[in-house]
Design a protein around this ligand. Structure first.
Ligand code: SIN
Length: 278
């Protein structure tokens, strides 16, 4: 295992990985061990890293092609690197609600790698919720019903001109999706391609309705699932330190960036991994 250590941080998901420096080119077997830890623990944390944008890109590319966000401008030289910045004067943070990254695309991302550059003195933690554990806690009857359903995902609400994601921020360039957001159907229960484990795949930010159902018909069951899926027992919480890296599996994890540090600055860098082309 090349000296890698793995310590679980909570019952449902999350593990801290030690003994690896992400800034250097890693051996294939080390990447394979990290990938195994990711799919097993769903979100993994690395402490005390020091990554340039180029090094973060190189690490991310070992797991698949990197996404260029359709609405959030990346770095000038590296469009795949998103800088997630809340300035002291910004009110609304980015990612401040439960969601799974990029579920609004036809081909959603498989994972996100977030690196902490500058952190507030207090607050700014990120919460994660295992949608595999949430699915497994449902009754067999509801599980079977959900396995037969698809749901429509879109950025049309979250990235609308009035939506939380598209709000003006001092140091982020975010376009609104008015008239541009597609609508894509995804299975409500995702079978993980690497583990076979099933997970709920609907989220409050981007899931609009069940496919073939009206919005009104969809609302009660979606509300039930959104309430269920964020139960504390399915979650873990990351207290960031400068240099911490979190890598989560968007196929089975929701996350939520807390906005509890008014007047302070928080600066993160994210690369988002797409599935490999067939
Ligand atoms: C996000 O990718 O949604 C942002 C998460 C964070 O800033 O903690």
């Amino acid at each position: 295992m090349g000296g890698i250590t793995i310590h679980k941080v909570a019952g449902a998901l999350g593990a801290e990985i030690g003994g690896v420096d992400l800034s250097v080119p890693l051996a294939d077997e080390t990447i394979a061990a990290i990938r195994r830890a990711l799919v097993e623990h769903q979100v993994i944390f690395f402490r005390d890293q020091s990554l340039t944008p180029e090094q973060q890109l190189a690490f991310g590319r070992r797991f698949g092609p990197l996404n260029i966000h359709p609405y959030v401008a990346g770095m000038d030289d590296h469009p795949e690197v998103m800088e997630i910045i809340k300035e002291p004067t910004d009110r609304i943070n980015f990612g401040g609600g439960w969601h799974s990254d990029m579920s609004f695309l036809e081909t959603p991302s498989i994972g996100s790698i977030l690196y902490a550059v500058v952190l507030p003195e207090w607050g700014g933690d990120t919460l994660f919720a295992s949608q595999a554990a949430a699915f497994e806690a449902l009754s067999p009857g509801l599980q079977a019903t959900l396995e037969g359903l698809n749901a429509i995902h879109s950025a049309e609400r979250e990235y609308a001109p009035t939506g939380p994601s598209a709000q003006k921020r001092e140091s982020m360039k975010i376009a609104d999706a008015e008239g541009m957001a597609g609508r894509f159907s995804h299975p409500v229960v995702k079978v993980h391609p690497e583990t076979g484990r099933k997970a709920l795949y609907v989220n409050p930010a981007f899931t609009m309705q069940f496919d073939g159902w009206s919005r009104r018909e969809s609302r009660p069951l979606l509300d039930y699932l959104f309430e269920h899926s964020r139960k504390e027992v399915f979650t873990c919480r990351l207290r960031w330190r400068p240099g911490t890296v979190a890598f989560w599996d968007n196929r089975s994890v929701w996350h939520y960036a807390l906005n509890d540090y008014p007047g302070q600055r928080r600066h993160m860098r994210r690369v988002t991994v797409d599935p490999a082309a067939d």
